[in-house]
Design a protein around this ligand. Sequence first.
Ligand code: ZN
Length: 123
Amino acid sequence: MKSQKNRKCLECEEQLLGRKDQKFCADYCRNTYNNRLNEDVNSTVRKINSILRKNRRILAKLNPNGKKTVHLIQLAELGFNFHYYTNSYSTKKGHQYFFCYDMGYRSVENQEFLLVHKQEYVS
Ligand SMILES: [Zn+2]
């Protein structure tokens, strides 16, 4: 069990003398602490959103007509990030598609990818 004697403000580390569930010495510290946490979350979300949008842009650029096969290098050269996608989909045939919003792809042979647009192309 944590000692109640040495409780410190999570923001400024001032010793806390109030209620046992007290976490901050003052509203100012609570607000500063929570704002910083939210900033971190927001900036992470922003970064991931921008990667997803960039991925979608790349797929749309390489696949203007709804269906196309491209080489891994074409995607990589444009900065495609394979770690991020909005959803994935496995067909009955066992093909796994990855989507960035409405633009999707799946791995085919020889480091090539079949690009598709929307789910109606997936069957
Ligand atoms: Zn404090």
